[in-house]
Design a protein around this ligand. Structure first.
Ligand SMILES: Nc1ncnc2c1ncn2[C@@H]1O[C@H](COP(=O)(O)OP(=O)(O)OP(=O)(O)O)[C@@H](O)[C@H]1O
Ligand SMILES: O=P(O)(O)OC[C@H]1O[C@H](OP(=O)(O)OP(=O)(O)O)[C@H](O)[C@@H]1O
Ligand SMILES: [Mg+2]
Length: 285
């Protein structure tokens, strides 16, 4: 049986977290030595280390079965693939930016301007949708320098902290898209490989799910258990265990951490005390 193949970025912003996800999914392998192929010891899987920009095409052609890439590159390349999971890392946005002293009311300010980008297809589609005629200059990197050297009037590039824009005297004026790392699958998969993919994705889900959730323990007087349970944004119903101190119980549950912060004051007002929030390592539903 031929092994499943997954392509990940060889080096760059996606590499570390892609490797970490595979390792946390229980795959044993050795990295290093500048190798381009890693053989997994305990799963019929090969990891191919490629350029991020090359991965979508390999997936489309079925040369690899799975890939981990930034959504931005998928949108730019318009190839065929299925997105299996959003992975929650390498979050960034593709934005338009102009020199910070320039006036800007709306996108019509970019009419007839020269815009430098590594994402010409995505930018062209955005300009067309907004009825803007502008000149696109394609650069493969260091895009933010373009206005400073007189090569362009504006840029369209990835932003996360905004530091690169700030350091180059630019300000963000429009967001074209939001991106994060995704797991994609080739559309040329046979049923044997599909079984193997299901097994791998099942493991990845167990790793990804807890990143959004936390285990919470809180103490509540028995007569307030119902009130507190109703506020707690739990997955199912909480576990209730008696405390040694009479009249009190400990409530345990799994919660969405973001939702939790929005109800913390209500929980305390309803009688919850000694609240502990604990990270979860794996979660199988
Ligand atoms: N500043 C950033 N913050 C967060 N994620 C980012 C940032 N810049 C890029 N990314 C995401 O990481 C992906 C890889 O970026 P990186 O700069 O490592 O590689 P690249 O130069 O685009 O690709 P290649 O591997 O083809 O050389 C991008 O496609 C994007 O999805
Ligand atoms: O908003 P910030 O946090 O400053 O991040 C944005 C920068 O990050 C990316 O470049 P990267 O550092 O990946 O360099 P590269 O051009 O070599 O890919 C992107 O192309 C921006 O230049
Ligand atoms: Mg980059």
């Amino acid at each position: 049986m031929s092994k499943l193949k997954i392509a990940i970025q060889k080096k760059g912003r996606l590499y570390e977290e892609s490797i970490q996800l595979l390792k946390e999914s229980g795959l044993n392998f050795k990295e290093g030595n500048n190798q381009l192929k890693i053989v997994v010891e305990n799963f019929a899987l090969e990891i191919l280390l490629l350029r991020n920009a090359d991965i979508p095409e390999y997936v489309e052609d079925g040369i690899v079965d799975l890939g981990i890439v930034g959504e931005n590159i998928l949108i730019e390349q318009q190839v065929d693939y299925d997105v299996l999971r959003k992975l929650g890392f390498a979050s960034c946005r593709l934005s338009l930016a102009i020199p910070k002293a320039e006036n800007y009311n709306d996108i019509s300010a970019l009419t007839q301007k020269r815009i430098a980008t590594s994402y010409p297809n995505t930018l062209r589609a955005y300009l067309t949708k907004n009825n803007i005629q502008a000149e696109i200059h394609t650069l493969s990197g260091s895009v933010e320098i373009a206005p400073n050297i007189g090569l362009a009037d504006a840029v369209c590039d990835l932003v996360s902290s905004g530091t690169t824009l700030f350091n180059n005297g630019l300000r963000e004026v429009e967001t074209i898209l939001n991106s994060e790392a995704v797991l994609i699958k080739s559309q040329k998969i046979n049923s044997v490989k599909q079984k193997s993919i299901d097994k791998l994705v099942f493991r990845m889900d167990a790793v990804l799910r807890p990143k959004k959730s936390k285990y919470v323990l809180l103490n509540v007087p028995n007569d307030k258990i119902n009130a507190v349970s109703q506020i707690l944004p739990v997955l199912k119903s909480p576990t209730v265990l008696p405390l040694a101190q009479p009249g009190w119980s400990s409530l345990h549950s799994v919660i969405d951490e973001n939702q939790f912060w929005s109800v913390i004051d209500q929980l305390k007002a309803a009688g919850a005390e000694d609240i502990l929030i604990i990270p979860i390592i794996k979660m199988v539903l």
